[in-house]
Write a new protein. Structure first.
Length: 186
């Protein structure tokens, strides 16, 4: 894709950029679907992902739901991206990890590209921040506060609802796994 230096792409061009980065699906983000829910934070505190209280990017360190809503409320557009893959049965942990790894790789690429146009964009990823081999939480400050990425769930977003209201699916059927992230641009 050829772009002039400094040219700001429309959201549909960002969707094309996302597909070039390797995502299976991408769409303009339905901004009215960004509802910041305390019950999603409650799910975080159940710690099923083993990240609660272990990273600066996750609750409780990431801040209150009100702060999350205020930060995201400064934006009026964005895109939502998904990596979907097939699994060899419902206990295919290796397959799940490979799809997650592909999602993170595509997301890192896309965020790097979008920051070229929107330096103040707000990425919301899937899962906890993995920029560092081991997070410094809670003993030392975050090593990369400008590049740290919190998950959509850490912002209190119900990912399935945001995906569906943005015109995508959340569940792509039996023996599939799908990871979802979004980037608020301006
Ligand atoms: S950038 Fe490093 S220190 Fe900061 S939240 Fe991510 S993993 Fe933790």
């Amino acid at each position: 894709m050829i772009r002039e230096e400094g040219q700001i792409p429309e959201v549909n061009k960002l969707v094309t950029l996302a597909k070039e980065a390797g995502f299976t699906y991408a769409a303009p983000l339905a901004m009215d679907a960004l509802e910041f829910r305390s019950e999603v934070r409650d799910m975080c505190s159940a710690d099923s992902c083993k990240s609660y209280g272990r990273s600066w990017s996750c609750p409780p360190a990431v801040g209150s739901i009100e702060c999350a809503a205020e930060r995201a409320g400064a934006y009026s557009s964005g895109i939502i991206v998904q990596t979907m893959g097939t699994l060899d049965g419902s206990f295919d942990m290796k397959g799940t990890a490979a799809i997650m790894q592909q999602h993170k790789k595509s997301f890192d690429t896309l965020v790097r590209q979008i920051r070229h146009f929107y330096p103040d964009c707000l990425p919301m990823g899937a899962g906890t921040c993995r920029l560092c081999r081991a997070c410094t939480y809670p003993d030392r400050p975050c090593r990369h506060p400008d590049r740290m990425v919190s998950s959509m769930e850490a912002y209190g977003l119900l990912v399935s609802d945001v995906a569906i209201r943005s015109g995508l699916k959340y569940n792509y059927g039996e023996n599939t796994m799908c990871f979802t992230s979004c980037i608020l641009t301006d």
